[in-house]
Design a protein around this ligand. Structure first.
Ligand SMILES: *Cc1c(COP(=O)(O)O)cnc(C)c1O
Length: 820
């Protein structure tokens, strides 16, 4: 046995390859029930996971016992999404087992990379919000905070995307087909969840109202499934507890025996539906009843679990805010606010004031978007029918808040109506953002700009009423997955240059800055980048049959497809460049490959059309001999965490080009920069802070600012005149609308382009020339390769601050009040 490398690191025993190989063989025999001669690759994967999981469980028990014995305050992170990705490599890496496990498996004739690629990619999230929750889980374990993540164990997570004839096709992702080797089913840890019915008031003999009792008509069971989450060097292991819906058996049996077979099955399906599928819309509210049911289902199960744990340890709920910080990741779990009130009042007998005080001191809420189409609200009639008691409590909370607002004497009638939890104009709706805000002691945005905009826009009035509540916590990413694990080449090079300290303390990566001017180091850095690009080129050749040259500039835009993220701007620029290359063949063009990837919500027409356009444009450009390979366009299907782990390390240029004011933070921008890509981007979200960290010379900023966007929109922006005033843009737009890229259906993009002419809400035309100029500035730097790599190295060295460890420490100190 050897000890982990640094003396400050916790003791971590690293077994030798022989020991690990023996453990894998035992696991294969006793856990999988197979011998080596019949074992499939998948069996080897299962055995390997069991071996590493056993080791994690040892640390898990220890951490759980300590949290109990020390009476530590716990963090509960409620999130409807956890975009986890694969876990095995992460676990090997965090336990320091990667090399020895590779050798152990190799001695058994098994290739670690091959079986790792068979692990299902757990995609229980749409995009950035879900990935943030996953990074936070890893960071909370790493910085040693006792935490539980709570969510839903969707049987079908994010859909698998295929591209057929350029169109997105959605297929179910059946990640549980072979079972899930990581999880522990906890049948005994199950809670009843009710829906519908009515509320009874119980009065005492003298006619005083004593309490309310909700009598739901529907009942289902939420059953817990636990996945251990291990931090760096197994500092701590925390729990991700995901709920699965099940029918409550006796009731079904009654129904069945009474002859209502269909009724019994319907009940069973209803329970099943709660954890059947993730809603696939990102930055857009999913307004269906089933969604509200999912939100309540996981919120109440989590709260019942939390209260039970608290009561069994402390015996009394008054101390809840001292021992539990419950965090709401966006408004999806905002129903937890009235649900905690209900549990405290109706089940545990507290009065409103005490329950309200405990509730507000316990919850914190993170806002993730200002887009109006993403702000959740539910029609009052639906809310009332599904959750009648919660509707009463929402009204009671609202009365309290409006009383306070009126008493403060600083609000007009209109402002009061904006503070209200109920939207009264049009159909009456419950505003979940306002509910989360008033029920929490802390409300945070996810980048400095976003937080400022929150204060000025959606929460302006609530901010005036409660001026101490809004604070900023700029997002982060875990450097374990997004550097150490996904980019072993850069990790090894960095260790060689500055030692290992950055692996325990990412701030130490600053040490690389000095190497930006070291020609020998730059060459090694370029070689690592090239190897990562070859890996991506091979993937693209294998999957798509497209050949790309690894010495070309790899320009990558991967993220959800959304109009505000402006993939269309990037595509139009590709078309303009294509035109320029053909009209000026004499110029010294720098070869470039533009990669796109990302999923569109199945119901988002324009986003799906943009995917088709990217593919149509790729087809024409990639086949045109006049381009001489100077430009290629590639749409890589099924963007997910595993694909991101290959694309981030291979990027030279990171596209972060959202309309200013519309991207709350972004985290893709951080992953790219940490892997040595330069950013071309707008002053939006965390790009603003990335620019401050890397310096103006090491990033390509272009386009309208947030204030300028607002000004243009306010002052009668005329996109037509902008398009007509830009020959390159006019040409590109004309080519698209006239069917140059869609000869089989020349009308295909007519409406998309009409939208640009008519309103161009996302300012594609307004930013086009500035963007194209910035791209030519990129070419100029790329031409001077030493300069390029110096900038790339400075990016790696200067973005350590965007570690989710830093973000989590800030949450711990400033929101949760837990020691770090
Ligand atoms: C990081 C990440 C995102 C978020 O990307 P943005 O560019 O910040 O929108 C989305 N999907 C996956 C798979 C990711 O890894």
């Amino acid at each position: 046995m050897t000890r982990a490398m640094t003396s400050e690191a916790p003791f971590l025993e690293i077994p030798d390859p022989k020991t690990l190989a023996d453990e894998v063989l035992l696991a294969l025999k006793y856990r999988v029930g197979k011998g080596t001669t019949v074992a499939t690759q998948y069996d080897w994967l299962t055995a390997s996971i069991k071996v590493v999981r056993d080791r994690i469980v040892d640390h898990w028990m220890q951490a759980t016992q300590e949290a109990y014995a020390q009476q530590e305050k716990r963090v509960y992170y409620l999130s409807l999404e956890f975009l986890i990705g694969r876990l095995m490599r992460d676990a090997f890496s965090n336990l320091g087992l990667m090399d020895n496990m590779r050798e152990a498996l190799s001695s058994l004739g098994v290739d670690l990379d091959l079986i790792a690629a068979l692990e299902p990619d757990a995609a229980l999230g749409n995009g950035g919000l879900g990935r943030l929750a996953a990074c936070f889980m890893e960071s909370m374990a790493t910085v040693d905070i006792p935490a539980h993540g709570y969510g839903i164990r969707y049987a079908n997570g994010m859909f698998r995307q295929e591209i057929h004839d350029g169109w997105q096709v959605e297929l179910p992702e059946t990640w549980l087909d072979h079972g899930n080797s990581w999880e522990f089913e906890r049948r005994e840890r199950s809670f009843e969840v009710g829906f519908g019915g009515s509320v009874e008031s119980i009065t005492s003999k003298d006619g005083r109202l004593e309490r309310h009792v909700w009598k739901p008509t529907e009942h289902v069971l939420a059953v817990a499934y636990d996945t251990p989450v291990v931090g760096w060097r197994a500092k701590r292991v925390n729990t991700l507890r995901l709920w699965s819906g099940m029918p409550i058996d006796p009731i079904l049996l009654d129904k069945f025996n009474a002859g209502d077979h269909i009724g019994a099955l319907a009940e069973s399906n209803k329970a099943d539906a709660l954890s059947r599928v993730l809603y696939p819309a990102d930055s857009h509210k999913a307004g269906q009843e089933l969604r509200l049911r999912q939100e309540y289902f996981f919120s109440t199960a989590s709260l019942q679990d939390i209260l039970q744990r608290h009561l069994s340890q402390y015996g009394d709920l008054q101390s809840l805010p001292d021992k539990a910080a419950i965090h709401l990741n966006d408004t999806h779990p905002a129903i937890a606010v009235p649900e905690l009130m209900r549990l405290l009042m109706d089940v545990h007998g507290m009065d409103f004031d005490l329950a309200w005080s405990i509730t507000r001191r316990t919850f914190g809420y993170t806002n993730h978007t200002l887009l109006p189409e993403a702000l959740e609200s539910w029609p009052v009639p639906l809310f009332e029918r599904l959750l009648p008691r919660h509707m009463q409590i929402v009204y009671a909370i609202n009365a309290e808040v409006l009383l306070e607002a009126r008493a403060s004497d600083q609000f007009s009638g209109e402002q009061i109506s904006r503070i209200s939890l109920i939207q009264e104009n049009g159909d009456r709706r419950v505003r979940m953002g306002n509910l989360a805000f008033v029920g929490s002691h802390s409300i945070n945005g996810v980048s400095a700009l976003h937080t400022e905009l929150m204060k000025q826009t959606v929460f302006a009035d609530l901010h005036k009423l409660y001026p101490d509540r809004i604070n900023n916590k700029t997002n982060g990413i875990t450097p374990r997955r997004w550097l150490i694990q996904c980019n072993p080449g850069l990790t090894a090079l960095t260790r060689e240059a500055i030692g290992d300290r950055f692996m325990d303390d990412i701030d130490a990566i600053k040490g690389l800055d000095a190497f930006a001017d070291d020609a020998a180091f730059r060459e090694k850095f370029a070689a690592v980048k090239r190897a990562n690009k070859v890996r991506l080129a091979n993937l693209v050749a294998d999957r798509l049959g497209i050949k790309v040259d690894p010495s070309a500039l790899f320009d990558i835009q991967v993220k959800r497809i959304h109009e505000y993220k402006r993939q269309l701007l990037n595509i139009l620029e590709a078309i303009a460049l294509y035109d320029q290359i053909r009209s000026h063949p004499e110029r010294d063009w720098m070869p470039r490959v533009k990669f796109f990837g990302g999923k569109a919500a199945p119901s988002y027409h324009n986003a799906k059309l943009i995917i088709k356009l990217a593919n149509d444009v790729a087809k024409v450009i990639n086949r045109d001999p006049a381009v001489r390979g100077l430009l290629k366009v590639v749409f890589v299907p099924n963007y997910n965490v595993s694909l991101a782990e290959i694309m981030m390390p291979a990027a030279d240029l990171s596209e972060q080009i959202s309309t200013a004011g519309m991207e709350a933070s972004g985290t893709g921008n951080m992953k790219f920069a940490l892997n040595g890509a330069l950013t071309i981007g707008t002053l939006d979200g965390a790009n603003v802070e990335i620019k401050e960290c890397v310096g103006d010379d090491n990033i390509f900023i272009f386009g309208l600012t947030t204030a300028e966007v607002a000004e243009r929109r306010g002052n009668g922006y005329n996109p037509r005149s902008v398009i007509e005033g830009s020959p390159e843009l006019a040409q590109a737009v004309a080519a698209v609308s006239s069917g140059v890229f869609s000869p089989d259906d020349p009308e295909r993009y007519r409406e998309l382009i009409n939208g640009l002419y008519q309103s161009d809400w996302f300012m594609v035309a307004a930013d086009f020339d500035a963007y194209a100029d910035a791209q030519r500035a990129v070419d100029a730097v790329w031409r001077n390769s030493p300069d390029w790599y110096a900038k790339a190295i400075r990016n790696v060295a200067r973005v350590g601050w965007f570690s989710s460890d830093r973000t989590i420490r800030q949450y711990a100190k400033e929101i949760w009040n837990v020691p770090v």
